[in-house]
Design a binder for this molecule. Sequence first.
Ligand code: C5P
Length: 311
Amino acid sequence: MPRTVTVRAPGKVNLQLSVGPRREDGYHPLVTVFQAVSLFETVAATARDDEEFTLSVSTGPSLMLDPVVVPLDETNLALRAARAVAERYGITDGIDLEIVKGVPVAGGMAGGSADAAAAVVACAEAWDVGASRKELERICATLGADVPFCLHGHTAVGLGRGDELSPAMTHGEFHWVLATQRIGLSTPGVFAEFDRAVAAGERTVANPAIDDRVMAALMAGDAKRLGEALTNDLQESALRLAPHLDRVLAAAMEAEALGAVVSGSGPTVAALARSRQHALAIAAHLTASDVADHVLTASGPVAGATVLLEQ
Ligand code: C5P
């Protein structure tokens, strides 16, 4: 019987995203605080007895977006993840991967990175390679800057490219509203716009540092203070490429969000609510204002990549 392992991994919002000057390798030094939220990618991996790697992608019920925009070729991060696990452990068998998407595509919420983290865990289990947690982390780090966090989950500080993680102390649950756009933004494109603005003298750039206000608000479980402390150095660049996001941020504040910020490289806007009830009220206001293509609610922090089923 072929063995199928189903793993889910969460998307994220960035509570702080501070960006330093572009490095030689094209990456930017970051200080970021990630929080994993309750929107999940699910990846089912079934080991094959031939060498084929196959991929299918469908959209979960909470996400009414067109999955066609997800690449199905070898650039797909879940396929790259499967290849990386096979290479690391000398596996010559193939795998069938089935992804069900619950994180907005190209939205700044690490949906592709969650696919990669889930695929690493699912393939390692399906092929029974006996990988340690450290080894899984190492493979994740080769696949992209956000992938280790999707494996880790919860709330964490990310340094370096964002992949040098340490857990952050938090209390309680935070309630989020995520306003997504049908047309995504490219992460390299948003970083390139950031570099253009720096080179043009339109903005300054400094070595990033951790924001004590964010850490204190998390530790205290104080959503009001966290809302006031949300920052994203990429927001201005995302707004320049997608100016209508201004209206989303304004509409969230009209509904008395505690804070609203572009998530990662956007275009998803994350608004922080006082409670689940308040999140639903903000979501209703954003939907009525017609500023986003889809509005979701979620809570965080949640665990990282988790095996749901082995059969
Ligand atoms: O690592 P990942 O492939 O997810 O990153 C996508 C792109 O985002 C990179 O190619 C780079 O252009 C940009 N990036 C960056 N600095 C970071 C993380 C990502 O410039 N720390």
